[in-house]
Design a protein. Structure first.
Length: 196
């Protein structure tokens, strides 16, 4: 297996691993307010999340920052809960206007940094063992993450389309139900943390 395959597949598995579903939960709540025609905005958000994730890995691998894994593992479900609650609040308002993509983009970038820190200690060990060049593996890993995220986003958008077009579920109800579901999954993750 080539180095590219190794790190690209590691990025894919990082997102698509059933045991590491926090990444998928974040992508779900990030995507549910959008439909297929909003694909440019969704792609922008997903890419910004990958950029944030990659920046935190770069800073960690090159020794610029060190993180307390327990604190980061506590913060990750909080970012998911904040996004879910934001969706619920926006969808619940009768005069809900579309949010500024700039605000959501900045928040998504910041949340990507937090999520990347959660994987940084493990990734630092893998890169130090397997490579003299640290930047290329990081970029290959990021490409794997981006690919997996696009797959998840497409699944969410397709499910949204099917439910709204064929089963006449309103967009508002779709956002509320999915965001409430994700919030219900992450609250026990938060309250079960040692920090809580």
């Amino acid at each position: 297996m080539s180095d590219f395959d190794l790190y690209f597949n590691m990025g894919l598995r990082h997102v698509l691993d059933i045991n590491a579903y926090d990444h998928v939960l974040f992508l779900i709540v990030l995507t549910v307010p959008y439909i297929f025609k909003d694909w440019k905005n969704v792609l922008l958000l997903v890419t910004l999340f990958t950029v944030g994730h990659t920046v935190s890995l770069i800073l960690s691998v090159f020794g610029v920052i060190t993180v307390n894994a327990g604190v980061v593992e506590f913060l990750i479900p909080i970012t998911i809960l904040i996004t879910a609650l934001y969706n619920i609040f926006k969808a619940s308002r009768k005069s809900a206007k579309n949010s500024s993509i700039n605000f959501i983009a900045i928040t998504t970038l910041f949340f990507g940094i937090i999520h990347g820190l959660g994987f940084s200690n493990y990734f630092k060990i893998v890169v130090n063992k397997n490579s003299k060049d640290k930047l290329m593996p990081l970029l290959e890993f990021a490409l794997g993450i981006e690919t997996a995220q696009v797959i998840i986003v497409l699944v969410v958008l397709l499910l949204s389309y099917i439910l709204q077009e064929f089963f006449r579920l309103s967009k508002r109800d779709w956002i509320l139900v999915m965001s409430a579901f994700v919030a219900g999954v992450v609250v026990p993750m938060i309250t079960g943390s040692e920090i809580w």
